[in-house]
Design a protein around this ligand. Structure first.
Ligand SMILES: CC(C)(COP(=O)(O)OP(=O)(O)OC[C@H]1O[C@@H](n2cnc3c(N)ncnc32)[C@H](O)[C@@H]1OP(=O)(O)O)[C@@H](O)C(=O)NCCC(=O)NCCSC(=O)C[C@H](O)C(=O)O
Ligand SMILES: [Mg+2]
Length: 285
């Protein structure tokens, strides 16, 4: 169980942000070479990001590198540099087919990427929503899907509105694909870094949908995001109660029981165990 409540992007060319990330309570970092880096700064950012990822100075935080997308002039060089740096994962934008995942996997292996370097695939196009399951299941190296809700909204000609009605179908399709393939999935970013109330509402919505965490763009979003995606004290207490009550029922030869007036079966116990495992992993940080 690896907590991925808060996953912070930072521009690969921004030395100050790369330094600051060492002290932020984010579960994971995405050192970005794609959208947040201007074309003229790509080569320098690539060196900076590779050195940061290889430095092992980020403690418990998962360190990932977002490369430029397949078909761009920088993609192959980015993959080679990432493979040599050996981050926890390479984040690949605009993945819309299983074939792309396999090409990335081959390129990483040809460049000598260590086994521990996973692939995180960004799903951010209509095609990716429709083929999310195939993308998620394309490789064992692929462990996480990452929503790209800005690109998705752009492709759909959709507006960013509170509640995200225009994106809900895409979010659901991506979740279905990820979970069917047994993979983790992260929600997209919230662009208005000053609107903390709107941000928190979107975190709660993502948690209710089933996302493991949310991608972020500003340090001020990390703490509230961690709070929303961590099991609350009440959830932890309830999970323990469910497990205890079900174990007692099982010893008495019953397969179903009620806790606080609600029916509990084996599947609820599995969920309770998942909640406790996540809480323990967070407490171990
Ligand atoms: C959004 C920002 C441009 C805001 O920048 P700024 O106004 O300069 O922020 P602050 O002055 O409030 O910064 C305060 C301090 O925090 C540091 N900082 C800021 N952002 C980060 C960060 N992301 N990681 C680490 N540290 C950060 C500043 O350096 C200040 O430090 P100090 O001077 O020591 O006090 C900016 O936050 C930013 O650039 N964010 C990241 C943008 C980014 O990475 N975008 C690409 C990913 S999102 C995406 O691509 C979407 C996806 O593909 C999709 O389709 O949806
Ligand atoms: Mg994008």
């Amino acid at each position: 169980m690896r907590p991925r409540r808060s996953v912070l992007y930072m521009p690969g060319a921004n030395e100050r942000a790369l330094e600051k990330a060492k002290s932020l309570p984010a579960d994971a970092l995405i050192l970005d070479l794609e959208d947040a880096v201007a074309p003229d700064a790509k080569a320098e950012a690539r060196e900076r990001v590779a050195a940061a990822a290889a430095s092992k100075e980020y403690g418990h935080r998962e360190v990932t590198i977002r490369v430029n997308g397949p078909g761009t002039a920088w993609h192959a060089d980015d993959l080679r540099a990432a493979a040599e740096a050996g981050p926890d994962a390479v984040v690949v934008p605009k993945v819309d087919s299983a074939a792309t995942v396999r090409e990335v996997e081959r390129a990483l292996e040809a460049a000598g990427a260590p086994d521990h370097t996973a692939i995180w695939a960004m799903v951010e196009t209509p095609r990716a929503m429709l083929d999310a399951r195939a993308v998620a299941a394309a490789s064992e190296r692929l462990t996480v899907l990452v929503m790209g809700t800005n690109d998705l909204a752009k492709e759909l000609h959709a507006e960013h509105v509170p509640g995200r009605a225009p994106l809900l179908t895409g979010l659901s399709l991506a979740l279905l694909g990820a979970r069917d393939a047994g993979k983790a999935i992260l929600d997209g970013v919230y662009n208005d870094v000053k609107d903390l109330a709107g941000f928190e509402a979107e975190c709660v919505q993502a948690r209710q949908f089933g996302f493991d965490g949310k991608t972020l763009i500003h340090p001020g979003q990390v703490a509230p995001c961690n709070e929303v995606f961590a099991p609350s004290d009440a959830q932890i207490a309830h999970a323990r109660k469910v497990i205890d009550a079900f174990e007692l029922a099982t010893r008495e030869g019953r397969g179903v029981v009620t806790v606080d007036g609600r029916m509990i079966e084996n599947l609820h116990v599995e969920d309770a165990r998942r909640i406790l495992a996540l809480a323990e992993a967070i407490a171990g940080r």
